[in-house]
Design a protein around this ligand. Structure first.
Ligand SMILES: C[S@@+](CC[C@H](N)C(=O)[O-])C[C@H]1O[C@@H](n2cnc3c(N)ncnc32)[C@H](O)[C@@H]1O
Length: 345
């Protein structure tokens, strides 16, 4: 990406199923700061009288990041009830992810000292998953950037690393798909949440501008992965045609693009929106491990398992060849924390 980029790393093409979406440790970075924001908002804004309080995590993966988040939310809600005249309710946490998720790991590693009942809710969060007016707090972290599909308008376009006039077209198509997916997510949650319910969304985001000579983002890392794939094609290890139009269904918006998308929903009001540095502090090994965890299933599906080792070796060499990636403080990836409230329209 060059300095004139508006920061997207939308990647177009390839219509593989959502089943290859994977978890990683990259999203742990800003969790503490996000937790503080969520706790403050619960203390200030939650006003629900109920005997049974339901929290749902949409895109929970195998739980390593979800458990601390659910603990923080439940404890903050308890404190809120304890500070009022209302009786503290019982808690129920619904852990949602796609059918391909490893729910065995999730359910067998539930914290033994948890103060909530737990259930797994399987399915795509762009559709209805839970009962009408049953959720009091909805949470989703590092999951909403995955799109339901590569946008039709970007299918067959060369991937954005080729530059050229197709670039803006692909960018717009990705943003449009992200907007449509957010809309269906919010529509379904509006039905499932009670009035006054709170939603916390942590969405990876990119700055509008950064200096690629001195800085990087998860987007420029993705560009290097794509350039590793192209090198593989040059070596004859992957099909050139397939590689050139290979695109990935995720999109991280710039923070300014997110607010109007969220504002479009009449069912929620935006209570607070903060942009945090992702603070991942990964070294080169960590970055390669993160990218491999996230993309391995997808690349195996597209190009075959035998190409994975070599592709990620190439990525590692590219990262090692650039002084920018050696210092994790050069990472400019952002996370937007959005706190929404289900209104009573
Ligand atoms: C990068 S992981 C994030 C996991 C966890 N929330 C965290 O903060 O570490 C993204 C998760 O979202 C899930 N996911 C992506 N799209 C989804 C969808 N449409 N419906 C349900 N889960 C989805 C993936 O399967 C994956 O487990």
């Amino acid at each position: 990406m060059d300095s004139t980029d508006n920061g997207h790393f939308s990647m177009n093409g390839g219509d593989g199923p959502l089943s290859y979406v994977k978890n990683s440790s990259y999203q742990r970075g800003a969790l503490e700061a996000a937790k503080a924001i969520i706790e403050e908002e619960i203390a200030a804004k939650l006003e629900i009288s109920t005997n049974s309080f339901c929290v749902a995590d949409f895109g929970c993966s195998t739980g390593s990041n979800s458990f601390p988040a659910m603990h923080a939310i439940v404890e903050a809600v308890k404190r809120k009830y304890e500070s009022s005249s209302l009786k503290t309710p019982e808690f129920f946490v619904c852990f949602n992810d796609l059918v391909s998720n490893d729910f065995n790991t999730l359910l067998s590693s539930l914290p033994p000292d948890r103060s909530y009942k737990a259930a797994a809710v399987v399915g795509d969060f762009h559709g209805r998953l839970l009962l009408l007016s049953s959720v009091h707090f909805a949470y989703s972290s590092w999951a909403l950037h995955w799109l339901t599909e590569v946008p039709k308008a970007a299918e067959g376009l060369k991937s954005v690393w080729h530059g050229g006039e197709e670039r803006q077209e692909a960018y717009d198509a990705y943003l449009g798909q992200f907007e449509r997916d957010m809309e269906s997510f919010l529509k379904c949650r509006a039905v499932e949440m009670v009035e006054g319910g709170i939603m916390a969304l942590l969405i990876p985001s990119l700055p509008a501008y950064w200096d690629p000579k001195k800085e990087y983002t998860v987007g420029s890392l993705a560009d290097l992965l794509r350039s590793s794939l192209l090198d593989m094609a040059e070596k004859g290890r992957l099909s050139k045609t397939k590689t050139e139009i290979f695109n990935i269904p995720y999109n991280a918006p710039i923070p300014e693009e997110l607010r109007p998308i969220l504002q479009k929903s009449n069912s929620f009001s935006i209570e607070r929106m903060e942009t945090l540095k992702s603070e991942t502090l990964l070294n080169v090994e960590g970055q390669v491990a993160f990218f491999r965890a996230v993309h391995q299933n997808m690349l195996t599906y597209e190009f075959g398992a035998e190409t994975i080792e070599e592709t990620f070796d190439l990525l590692k060499k590219k990262l090692e060849a650039s002084p920018v990636y050696a210092d994790p403080s050069n990472d400019r990836t952002l996370v937007v924390v959005a706190i929404l409230k289900r209104n009573n329209v």
